[in-house]
Design a binder for this molecule. Sequence first.
Ligand SMILES: C[S@@+](CC[C@H](N)C(=O)[O-])C[C@H]1O[C@@H](n2cnc3c(N)ncnc32)[C@H](O)[C@@H]1O
Length: 296
Amino acid sequence: MSEIRLFVTTTEQHANRILDLMSFAFGEEDFAIATTEVDEKNDVWQASVYMMFDEEEEVRERVVALLSEEYPDLPVEREVIPDIDWIAKSLEGLTPVRAGRFLVHGSHDRDKVQPNDVAIEIDAGQAFGTGHHGTTAGCLEVIEEVVRSRPVANALDLGTGSGVLAIAVRKLLPVPVLATDIDPIAVRVARENARRNGVVEGIDFRVAPGFHSTAFRQRGPFDLIIANILARPLMKMAPQLVANLAPGGSVILSGILAAQRWKVLAAYNGAGLAHVRTIWRNGWVTIHLRHESHRR
Ligand SMILES: C[S@@+](CC[C@H](N)C(=O)[O-])C[C@H]1O[C@@H](n2cnc3c(N)ncnc32)[C@H](O)[C@@H]1O
């Protein structure tokens, strides 16, 4: 069944107000709510709520009702999100995965790479991150967006697994990347994957639990931090993560189940970050946040 996005297009200030109204109306219900910057120069933003096709009518009525007092003339627009058969996808395991311009593929699928693809070659192995999981694909999509819209000079991939996200950053930008994992096997696999993808020179791979390593102080602060771990450790490490973020920097968090997203957002809002966008993939969410100092 298709997923639907209902949204309104307005300014950042009003999009944030509408996000508050939606959060209040939909509370802990299982609908993703997000604001997205469409055009920074002209202050064009969208506030969106995502739902399944059969919930659209009810949600639309509720959205129209909640806007009726403050925004009676704002049209509620609609987008159908293309269907993805996730069960089939997970069984496909070894087929290439597209996320934005990235194509993550195994060595047996090199011939599937198209001229405009940013190809990342990862064979399924001992570390997490072949691109098939919703969290990895979500991070790849947001990495591309961040890199397209902001200057990035120094990146951190915390919980690198197969190294796929560090490799992705380095494939787009010739900037230093620190990639860490609590698991020494993952770090070894990630380094080998980076070598195979021709980007090992730019990535510093280290074994580190959370932020417990001198590498962070030596190499930080970072203006892009990506952490695809799990909600609980992400919430715990919010203050340390933000302490390692440069002013105006971006943070991409994943490994978060849809129902946990509010708690994670609250932890990071509390630590001074502003929500930019939440995207869904197969029940998992990827959250993009930005350092408050960037906000107008
Ligand atoms: C879900 S995988 C993500 C892998 C890859 N970044 C991706 O997006 O596909 C999470 C990785 O984080 C590592 N990890 C879990 N807890 C960690 C911690 N506290 N500090 C560092 N790494 C951690 C795990 O060993 C695992 O490799």
